[in-house]
Structures are given as structure tokens and as C-alpha cells.
Ligand binder design. Structure first.
Ligand code: ASP
Length: 308
């Protein structure tokens, strides 16, 4: 794809070549940051981070990415304090911020909101999570973490655990993984929160082996990646939440049964699905690699979108 001035709405836009391009630039930025270099690639450019749903990491890492490249930011979080609370539509809000900035990172509770915003915006929109839909930048950083920790993406067994129905990160990540060869996906989820059927059909069509299981125990010793997610409490009623919240919990004993080189990932926030004693496990990468990679991946995307 031609990244320049293009909105990033869904992982469906990405080919393997596009992914490689993003990863190469992310590698370059990661090395520069490690070497303590000060970068000015996006000096004079402005990012609006327009967040209608709570977020800490995705919000902060888009901002940090822009600032690390010498650009400036308009941070809008908790939009209840702005004109949106007065009843302004998303279209109008986006139109206004498009005239102040060169790119807008948008988080919104409604699936498809980024696509609508992109129709009205004169500057590119980056989907920073749209309801239960997609989270493309998270999927790219997750894939980049897998590639850099395990040295490959082909021939991997990945378990996705938790709320696969409402969790947008697993929707986007499974679709990206399906571009690679010999992928096995284990879905470990409550019966009430399965991976959506259209995604399963796409994955199957692309040759992914899919197995749904009902306990982490069944797959713990065979997977290369254990991708834990929280139950999306805000997207279901309390009774259902309480009945499934304790179903899949990774503790230190379980984590120790994993392959030596396997990794444990989580898009965060972690609630109760990973006990604290797992954090020290050398396989856990959620507070380390995933964090740092989130920033460098977003640096690469911003650069590709904003500069020819
Ligand atoms: N932070 C991730 C997201 O925005 C994961 C989550 O909230 O569970 O989708």
C-alpha cells in the first residue's frame, strides 16, 4: 500500500510487504532510541489524539511516538468535557480537528467509527480501537513483538485466551497472523465469548488451523505464544461478567509448564487473568517488549503516513 496520507482503519489493508516495511522502520527507530539519538523526522507536524474511550497506553504511546519524532500533539481525552458532551457528532468533531492537525488517532466505543471519521476528515485517521471491532496498531506491535522475540512468524502455535468475542486486539492479531504460513491458533474462551464467525471463516480460508479448547492446561506446554486478554466487562452485563471472569487465569505454576522459549503476551490492562507472580517469568513480555514496541511501531506508522 501507499502509506502516504492513508488512513489506517483495519489490518485488512496490510500485505506482508507492508508489514515488513513498517517493521524495518520500527527497527531503525528502536536502534536510534537505544543509541540515545534525538529525532526530528516529523518536526512541524501535529497529531490529534482524540480518545472517546478510556485508554492509557495507546493514548500515551501515540503521543510519545509523535514527540520522539519532533512533532507536536493535541491530546483530547475524556471528551465528556468538550463539545461532544454538548451533542456534537463525531463527523463534526473530526472535521474541526482535521483543520488543526496532520493526522488524527481516534479511539471510539462504536465499531466502524474510524471508517466513518475517515470519510469526513481531510487528514488521515489512525484507528486506535473502535469498540469491539479492530485495533490495528496494537496488532502490528504484537506481531512485531512475536517476530523480534521468536525470530519468525511462520509455523507458530498461538493461543488466544479470554474474551475473543468483544476483544478487538485478538480480532486484528489473528487476521494478521493468517497472512503467514503454517499458523495454528488455539482459542481458549468462554462459550459466551467465541471468536466472531466471519473472522473464523476468513482464517480458515487462509489455511489457519483452528482449535477451540476450554482450558489453558490443554495447550500450555505446546504453544509458542500465549496471548492473554481480559474479559471486556464494559461490553456485557454484570451477571455474565461475574460468571466468566475467573474462568481462565494464568499463574506461575502454569506459566512454568510452557516451552522454554515461548512468550506470554497481554495487550493490557491486566485485571485478574494473569497473577502477579507471572510478571517475573522470563517469558512475560507484556510490561517490557510490548510497551517499547508499541511506541516504535507507532513512530514508523506516523512517519510513513506523514512523509513521502
Ligand atoms: N487495551 C486494549 C484495547 O484497547 C485491550 C483491552 O482494553 O482489553 O483493546
Amino acid at each position: 500500500m501507499n502509506f502516504f496520507h492513508t488512513s489506517i482503519i483495519s489490518v485488512d489493508q496490510f500485505s506482508k510487504t507492508d508489514i515488513r516495511k513498517v517493521f524495518e522502520l520500527a527497527d531503525y527507530y528502536r536502534k536510534n532510541l537505544d543509541d540515545g539519538k534525538v529525532l526530528t523526522d516529523l518536526k512541524g507536524k501535529v497529531l490529534t489524539a482524540l480518545f472517546y474511550e478510556p485508554s492509557s497506553r495507546t493514548f500515551a504511546s501515540h503521543i510519545a511516538a509523535m514527540q520522539r519524532l519532533g512533532g507536536s500533539i493535541i491530546p483530547i481525552q475524556g471528551v465528556t468535557f468538550s463539545s461532544v458532551a454538548k451533542g456534537e457528532t463525531l463527523e463534526d468533531t473530526v472535521r474541526a480537528f482535521a483543520s488543526y492537525s496532520d493526522v488524527i488517532a481516534l479511539r471510539h466505543p462504536q465499531e466502524g467509527a474510524s471508517r466513518i471519521a475517515a470519510e469526513y476528515s481531510t487528514v488521515p485517521i489512525i484507528n486506535a480501537g473502535d469498540g469491539t471491532g479492530e485495533h490495528p496498531t496494537q496488532a502490528l506491535l504484537d506481531l512485531y513483538t512475536i517476530q523480534s522475540k521468536l525470530g519468525r512468524i511462520d509455523s507458530l502455535s498461538v493461543a488466544m485466551v479470554g474474551d475473543l468475542k468483544y476483544g478487538r486486539t485478538v480480532h486484528s492479531l489473528s487476521k494478521l497472523l493468517s497472512l503467514y504460513k503454517k499458523i495454528t491458533l488455539y482459542f481458549v474462551c468462554p462459550k459466551t465469548s467465541p471468536m466472531p464467525k466471519p473472522i473464523i471463516s476468513l482464517l480458515t480460508k487462509r489455511g489457519v488451523q483452528i482449535k477451540t479448547v476450554r482450558s489453558i492446561n490443554e495447550i500450555i506446554s505446546i504453544v509458542d505464544v500465549l496471548y492473554m486478554t481480559r474479559i471486556q466487562k464494559e461490553r456485557m452485563d454484570e451477571k455474565l461478567y461475574n460468571s466468566i471472569k475467573n474462568m481462565f487465569i494464568l499463574n506461575a505454576d502454569l506459566a512454568n509448564k510452557m516451552k522454554k522459549n515461548a512468550i506470554i503476551m497481554h495487550p493490557l490492562p491486566r485485571i485478574i487473568e494473569i497473577t502477579k507472580d507471572v510478571d517475573e517469568n522470563p517469558r512475560a513480555v507484556y510490561f517490557t517488549d510490548q510497551m517499547r514496541n508499541g511506541m516504535v511501531i507507532r513512530m514508523a506508522l506516523l512517519k510513513l503516513i506523514l512523509n513521502k
